[in-house]
Design a protein around this ligand. Sequence first.
Ligand SMILES: [Zn+2]
Length: 63
Amino acid sequence: MTTLKACKNCKRIVEKGRKCPYCGGELTTNWKGLAIIINPEQSEIAKLLGVSSPGKYAIRIGK
Ligand SMILES: [Zn+2]
């Protein structure tokens, strides 16, 4: 089983690696709620998360 990680900085879900391939931020396994953003401009969740590109994001990142 793969443990998905989320970037603490941009909230992207990252399947492997130690650093976020999008922004180089630190990854954590302590996150909740997977949001799949397809149309950032039409998505309330995207606005809430402050993201502008499609992808998978964590809704909440733990400390
Ligand atoms: Zn990132």
